[in-house]
Design a protein around this ligand. Structure first.
Ligand code: SF4
Ligand code: SF4
Length: 298
């Protein structure tokens, strides 16, 4: 099996490229699957698409984390994210750029193929949509799939959607890219800042009862002023943390609507003065470290 991960932006046709590549493999008698991954963003947001190709049936359904090939439809993406993340040591990156491979700087030195797919697309189909030209580059750079199958897949897939003439023009774009692709080695040395964790720190997001009250001449004010109202009194079920299971992931802390969970020594501690017993923490804990138990009040 070999796996290809496409990096593009919404509207650039990365998903169609991944699907057309799978179709080309199928036309050569192989098994292939492809699927995209994108969030709620609109055009221009980074998106990924994946293609798996094998001689046998493919049963893996996950995203591709350790690809054999990475394809970059939009050169600007290599400035903002490490597209080589997870790429196998002997893998290859194929980039739409006017640069030669040795002029491309990435996080590590790697086999690299470059193609000016944007110019080819503009000259051949009249639009800067590079998803078909890049397929020709994939054929040339990887040697895994024939350009004839690529052309047939493009005519079938894009022709069905855009019309016969447009399908044929896109196939010509792929053939031109196949002929102009340059293969070499990209330079190492580009640094990327680590991605910020999506969970904020305690200091960044103080919630409800997790912060102290503010005493002024007028009395208690601010978010913490409700601390005088011990709202935990209406609880029927209480969350109980199993410290052996608690990994300190802070998911419960983040989701608790009352701010009734503090992290102490990397373990979740419930403040029962304010916990309303809603059970959200039990529901959200990925490690089953919280159990809601009927409360016995004496
Ligand atoms: S979500 Fe579960 S594992 Fe994570 S901190 Fe809370 S109790 Fe611990
Ligand atoms: S039961 Fe609800 S209020 Fe109590 S700690 Fe869990 S999430 Fe917070």
């Amino acid at each position: 099996m070999y796996e290809i991960r496409f990096h593009g932006r919404g509207g650039q046709g990365g998903r169609m490229a991944a699907e057309a590549l799978a179709l080309a493999a199928f036309l050569e008698g192989k098994y292939a699957v492809s699927f995209p991954f994108f969030g709620a963003e609109r055009r221009g947001a980074p998106v990924r698409a994946f293609t798996r190709i094998d001689d046998k049936k493919i049963r893996i359904k996950t995203q591709i984390y350790e690809p054999d090939y990475v394809v970059v439809l939009d050169e600007t993406l290599i400035e903002t994210e490490d597209v080589l993340e997870g790429l196998k040591p002997d893998g290859m990156v194929i980039i739409n750029t006017q640069k030669k491979p040795e002029e491309v700087k990435l996080s590590r030195s790697v086999r690299c193929a470059t193609i000016d797919a944007t110019t080819i697309a503009l000259e051949t189909i009249g639009r800067a949509i590079t998803n078909t030209a890049i397929l020709g580059a994939i054929s040339r750079a990887t040697g895994k799939i024939g350009i004839d199958a690529i052309e047939k897949a493009i005519i079938e897939k894009f022709g069905a959607r855009l019309g016969k003439e447009a399908g044929e023009k896109n196939a010509i774009a792929a053939r031109k890219a196949y002929e102009k692709t340059i293969v070499g080695i990209a330079k190492a040395g580009k640094k990327f800042e680590g991605k910020k964790q999506w969970l904020p720190t305690v200091d960044e997001l103080p919630l409800g009862g997790s912060i102290g009250t503010l005493q002024t001449e007028a009395g208690l004010v601010g978010i913490g002023s409700f601390s005088e109202n011990k709202t935990g009194g209406w609880r029927v079920f209480m969350p109980v943390v199993d410290e052996q299971r608690c990994t300190g992931c802070k998911i419960c802390w983040f989701y608790c609507p009352e701010g009734a969970i503090k992290m102490v020594d990397n373990k979740a501690k419930i403040n029962y003065d304010y916990c309303k017993g809603c059970g959200i923490c039990e529901n959200e804990c990925p490690f089953k470290a919280i159990e809601m138990k009927r409360e016995v009040r004496i």
